[in-house]
Design a protein around this ligand. Sequence first.
Ligand SMILES: [Fe+2]
Ligand SMILES: [Fe+2]
Length: 188
Amino acid sequence: MISENELWILSFYRVSEISGALFFGRLARSMRPGRIQEDMTKHFADEAVHAWYWTDCIQRLGATPLKLDVAYQDQYLTTAGMPVNMMEILAITQVFERRVMYQYKRHSQVPGMHPVACQTIARIMRDERWHIKWIREALKEMEAEYGKDRIDATLKRYMQADLEVYRQTMAEHAERVEHLVQSNSRRV
Ligand SMILES: [Fe+2]
Ligand SMILES: [Fe+2]
């Protein structure tokens, strides 16, 4: 069985993956044919599968996912503003994916994690690495059209928005993960 705190965190991941899938799915649906359309569709499908992995993981740990109303992704567009072209869409996605990677990395360092949760995080992180990679490459290719400086400035603007959203919506997640680190360190 998992603690109430762990259940909240894993449920939070599940909801975040669902929000990600919906966000990228909407983007994939609206894209013109081409490489970005293809990669964005795979990306969307990955996030949907991740939501299933967490659902399955929670159930295998003997619990049921909580219904949470935190939607990290939704806050992004409100704070950062609606992206106006493909470069901005990819830039906001890149910043967002790095944040996800950071969360999972931090959590994977928690001592005494349940093996089922460990395997789930490891499996998801493999895909998340590809998400960051394909977007970085696509942004690199866009330098000819938009200019490197403009792309860098856009990434910087979204990183600032990310920090703001992180402070507003992730405080509870961060606190709970820290709590887990401390209580598990005492146990191990
Ligand atoms: Fe994911
Ligand atoms: Fe991702």
